[in-house]
Design a protein around this ligand. Structure first.
Ligand code: ADP
Ligand code: MG
Length: 426
């Protein structure tokens, strides 16, 4: 799962504010007049201009995989192309690493495109008459690297994207997935800070597409780039995004982490997108865990442990080290047994085979664990620390809550149709 909050720092890398792109001759006039508030269709009808991006604002943190999702025509490509000024915005600011790139002159812009940002396109954009390695090394040639530097670096990234052995082939000998790997390798050669990806996997078969998504997650884990990823596919957005912005008719109508988008979709448009997404596939252990009810430290003897259970009216507790590292589960019964046998260390009362989960585990993975035990599931972090617990009730209620909201929406939806029907009958 890519939405691993601790793999990011909080530094803002990209900050877009009030960004507009209007295609057509009278773009500026539209912005300075009242008509700017009209709908996209009205504006197009009255002026012949297309509002491709309307007053978009968002910020992307360093190392974040930020997904822009929307149907075809919603303005995603225009927005992402503005980030490189392949399209000139009509108004607004694009601050990258503290500088407004809209104010860059040609020279600054060229340097910015060569060093800071790389783009990966849907249709790969490879040179058909150059070999794989020449395609990958091309960007470095433009930057003036020596031949040796270029090919050493190209070889490195080719291996990173799993294309070793294909260096001398031409693009048309490669499958779609492999061609896009060349596209990714080419974008990575100059080690850019930011990657822009415009529906990079949309042209691929579903199976290959999923594989490429997994590879991108691995690559991101390793390289920690800031990625702006455009897609029209919700599953892809939920799988990859640590943050999602949803566009409609040029506007960003909702932003949030994947769970927020699924659990509380803003408006019908987003709801329609998410209605097929199961909460089991997006809700994470970390988002529903609670503070463990009883924590026992391993220096506390069995009698103290039993006393702690009794005072908190619980029949079990989690045993941890001084640093709160998870050791396991002890129960009223196992402690009483130990005391009877004159055991000294509470560790001797640990129940065998207690399964744990991490905070990014999905609800669907928790179901199987939940049925295997009557005790809560302990949640531990990467270093083995106990950070929470999840009981069966919490798992169920998070599902039920979701289902109820869904049912309620269907009901209101039904009511509306009935009223409509009644009206049309009248
Ligand atoms: N060069 C252009 N001239 C006029 N209209 C354009 C141009 N490029 C895109 N558009 C229009 O802007 C809107 C947004 O397009 P685009 O950014 O390509 O959307 P998406 O990538 O979400 O499919 C569409 O209505 C499209 O027709
Ligand atoms: Mg597009």
């Amino acid at each position: 799962m890519a939405n691993n909050a601790d793999s990011q720092n909080d530094e803002v890398c990209i900050e877009v504010s009030g960004l507009w792109k209007i295609f057509g001759p009278s773009a500026e006039q539209i912005l300075s007049s009242e008509i700017r508030t009209a709908t996209r269709d009205e504006i197009q009808e009255q002026t012949g201009c297309v509002v491709a991006v309307r007053d978009a604002s968002f910020s992307v943190k360093q190392g974040e995989l930020f997904v822009i999702m929307g149907l075809s025509g919603s303005g995603k490509s225009t927005l992402i192309r503005c980030m490189l000024r392949l399209i000139e915005p009509t108004a607004g600011k694009i601050i990258i690493n503290g500088e407004d790139i809209c104010g860059y002159d040609d020279k600054q812009l060229m340097a910015f495109r060569r060093k800071t940002v790389s783009m990966i396109f849907q249709h790969f954009g490879l040179f058909p008459h150059r070999s794989v390695i020449d395609n990958v090394a091309y960007g470095l040639k433009v930057r003036g690297a020596t031949e040796e530097e270029r090919y050493t670096r190209a070889q490195e990234v080719i291996e990173k994207v799993g294309l070793k052995g294909w260096e001398d082939y031409y693009p048309d000998a490669l499958s779609g997935g492999m061609q896009q790997r060349v596209g990714i390798a080419r974008a990575l050669t100059n080690n850019p800070e930011i990657l822009l990806m415009d529906e990079p996997f949309s042209g691929l078969d579903p199976l290959i597409r999923r594989q490429m998504q997994d590879e991108l997650i691995d690559l991101q884990e390793e390289l920690q780039k800031t990625i702006l990823f455009v897609t029209h596919d919700l599953d892809e957005a939920l799988k990859l995004g640590s943050f999602i912005a949803i566009m409609k008719d040029g506007e960003i109508i909702q932003t949030g982490i994947p769970e927020e988008v699924v659990i509380s979709p803003a408006g019908d448009y987003v709801r329609e997108f998410v209605q097929d997404a199961s909460p089991a596939k997006v809700i994470t252990a970390g988002s529903i865990m609670t503070e463990p009810e009883v924590i026992i430290y391993d220096w506390q003897g069995p009698k103290v442990a039993l006393h702690l259970l009794k005072t908190s009216k619980s029949d079990h507790g989690f045993l941890v080290t001084r640093g709160r590292n998870f050791l396991g589960l002890v129960t009223e019964k196992s402690l009483a047994e130990l005391i009877k046998n004159k055991g000294q260390s509470t560790r001797q009362a640990l129940e065998p085979d207690i399964a744990t989960c991490t905070n990014d585990m999905l609800l669907e993975g928790l179901f199987a664990m939940a049925v295997a035990t009557k005790y809560p599931i302990p949640v531990i972090d990467d270093s083995g620390k106990l950070i929470g617990e999840i009981d069966n009730e919490t798992i169920l209620s998070s599902m039920v809550q979701y289902k109820e909201t869904e049912a309620k929406e269907q009901e209101t939806g039904k009511k509306e149709t009935t009223t409509e029907e009644t009206q049309s009958n009248v």
